[in-house]
Structure formats: structure tokens, C-alpha cells
Write a protein that binds this ligand. Structure first.
Ligand SMILES: Cc1cc2nc3c(=O)[nH]c(=O)nc-3n(C[C@H](O)[C@H](O)[C@H](O)COP(=O)(O)OP(=O)(O)OC[C@H]3O[C@@H](n4cnc5c(N)ncnc54)[C@H](O)[C@@H]3O)c2cc1C
Ligand code: SF4
Length: 271
């Protein structure tokens, strides 16, 4: 395998982009990702924070302490991973992290790997989804993505601009991908509009360094509050209906109660 450090993004040359490497390196090591060529984009993607604009290469550690960043996003970053990972991990890499479903991570031939079964639905699924869990019951792990969806953030890539929520898609029989990013497309920048108030609350198995069982972001503009959740569906979940619409599995029914309590608290916090 070769590691390229090109001087421009035009020279990706079919290689796999790597920023902080906190996700790419473990996946390569476990044989879940395959690449002949890695392209280090860390010096090519913008990094700074300027008002509502955030460079896609900014680290979670930079975002969590910057007063220009809305509370929901700062808190989502602060509650993610460990200090070492937040120092290395970029915001774009966070948005594109793969599922933490252990069947997928242990390389079971499940639907997300192109197979014809969801092993989690039939097996252990305590950490899994309560919405859109028919085909694949994985739970999206990104706290940051939920915060950005609630905040109504947009992304600029080398090819287009899109709302963060449109970066994601539910996997289907024909296309097992959970993002809409095209091969060779690089995320350059985020635009995170200001809100009147925002917050991010996270239920975890431990107080630190754990993925969200349920994460709830709420953002208010005037009298309108938008709520988005992490850990409840294969993609970051915009709550535009009610938690009564959830379709939990036997082992995830508790998440509906947790989500209900956190949504209520988050709405009260931004009211
Ligand atoms: C033990 C552990 C615990 C964690 N806990 C949490 C948690 O609680 N909450 C949470 O939200 N996250 C958590 N994370 C995820 C962590 O935040 C991400 O691993 C990190 O942010 C990824 O950023 P990176 O720059 O290292 O990505 P990389 O590993 O460099 O890349 C990840 C993916 O993004 C692609 N990529 C990177 N940058 C770009 C770009 N600009 N354009 C296009 N593609 C790009 C890469 O090709 C790759 O597919 C955890 C990770 C670990 C390992
Ligand atoms: S939840 Fe998704 S990733 Fe996990 S076993 Fe089922 S299909 Fe695979």
C-alpha cells in the first residue's frame, strides 16, 4: 500500500482519502477496508473556523472550545470519543465514520456487507436502531452529525452543496451505502447557521468515551425547534414525526423511553 501526499485535491487518483486516520487505520487493520493507495488530505482540506464556516479538516477538539460554534455542536464534540481521538479526528471524518455494529465490525456477511441477513435483528441488538431498522438495524454513531442536522447545517464538497441530512441515505437491496458521497468527492467546508438556542444531550453506558445509546440535539429559531437524534437509526435521524412512530426491536424498546426523556429535556433547555 502506498501513501500519497499530493499538493492538490485534483490528484486523488482513485485513492482513499485519509484525514486524522482514527477510523481508516483500524478499518484497514481489521481488513474491513481495502485500498492500494491512501491519500493524505489533511493539509488540503480547509481547517479553520470563521463565523458560521467550519473547515472540514477542523478537529473535534478545535470545535468543542470555539465560542463561535453553536452549543449543540460544541457539546456533541465534547461528549464524543476521548481527548486523544478528538485531537486527531476531523469533523468530516466523523460524519463519514462506519457503523459500530459488532456484526459488521467482526465481518459477518450481513446486509451492510452485501449479504442477505441482518444478524443483529435476529441476534444481539441492544445498541441498535428504533427507526428505519427493517433492512439494517444499525444505529448511526455520530453525535456530531445529529447536532449538525438539528442545526440545519450544509456541506460544501468538491462537487456540490447539500444539507448535512442529505449526506445520508438508508441502505437498500440495490445500494448498501449509508452515505450519498460519490467516489473521489471530498468534503471541504460546513456552514452552520446561528440559532437562538441549541443543546446536545447524550445517554451512554459510561460517562466518558462511549458511543451514544441515544443522542438528542435540539436547535431553536424563534418558536421553531428542530430535533435530531444519534444512535436510533442507520442514519442521523431528524425527528419530524413522533417517538410513537418508533419500531423498536425487543432489545431496543428501552431506547424509546430514553429518547422520550432526552427530547423533553432538550426541548425544555432551548425553550
Ligand atoms: C474508540 C472510538 C470512539 C469514538 N467515539 C465516538 C463518539 O462517542 N461519538 C462520535 O461521534 N464519534 C466517535 N468516534 C469517531 C471519531 O470521532 C472519528 O473516528 C473521527 O472523527 C474520524 O475523523 P478522522 O479525521 O480520523 O477520519 P479518517 O479516519 O481519516 O477518515 C474517516 C472516513 O472519512 C473519509 N474522509 C475523511 N475526511 C474526508 C473529507 N474531507 N472528504 C471526504 N472523505 C473524507 C475517509 O476516507 C474515511 O472514509 C470514535 C472513534 C473511535 C475510534
Ligand atoms: S444491523 Fe446492519 S450492519 Fe449490523 S448486522 Fe444488521 S445489516 Fe449488518
Amino acid at each position: 500500500m502506498e501513501l500519497l501526499q499530493p499538493s492538490s485535491l485534483e490528484e486523488l487518483d482513485g485513492g482513499l482519502p485519509i484525514a486524522g486516520g482514527t477510523e481508516v487505520v483500524p478499518l484497514l487493520r481489521e481488513g474491513l477496508l481495502h485500498a492500494d493507495r491512501l491519500v493524505d488530505i489533511s493539509s488540503l482540506v480547509p481547517r479553520g473556523i470563521d463565523g458560521t464556516r467550519i473547515g472540514a479538516g477542523a478537529t473535534l477538539a478545535e470545535l468543542e472550545v470555539d465560542p463561535q460554534v453553536p452549543d449543540a455542536l460544541r457539546e456533541a464534540c465534547r461528549l464524543a470519543a476521548s481527548p486523544q481521538l478528538r485531537n486527531m479526528g476531523s469533523v468530516a471524518g466523523n460524519l463519514l465514520q462506519a457503523t459500530r455494529c459488532w456484526y459488521w465490525r467482526l465481518d459477518y456477511p450481513c446486509r451492510l456487507h452485501g449479504g442477505d441477513r441482518c444478524h443483529a435483528r435476529e441476534g444481539e441488538h441492544r445498541e441498535h436502531a428504533i427507526f428505519a431498522n427493517d433492512f439494517c438495524a444499525s444505529a448511526h454513531p455520530s453525535d456530531v452529525a445529529a447536532a449538525l442536522v438539528a442545526l440545519g447545517a450544509t456541506i460544501r464538497t468538491t462537487r456540490r452543496e447539500l444539507p448535512v441530512r442529505d449526506l445520508y441515505r438508508l441502505p437498500t437491496e440495490d445500494d448498501r451505502s449509508t452515505t450519498t458521497l460519490e467516489p473521489g468527492e471530498v468534503i471541504l467546508e460546513l456552514d452552520v447557521p446561528q440559532t437562538d438556542a441549541s443543546t446536545y444531550l447524550k445517554a451512554m453506558d459510561r460517562k466518558r468515551w462511549a458511543f451514544a445509546l441515544v443522542g438528542v440535539a435540539a436547535a431553536r429559531r424563534g418558536t421553531e425547534t428542530t430535533v435530531a437524534l444519534a444512535g436510533v437509526a442507520p442514519v442521523p435521524w431528524l425527528l419530524d414525526g413522533s417517538l410513537d412512530d418508533a419500531t423498536p426491536l425487543p432489545g431496543t424498546a428501552y431506547k424509546v423511553q430514553v429518547a422520550r426523556a432526552l427530547v423533553e429535556r432538550a426541548r425544555a433547555a432551548v425553550a
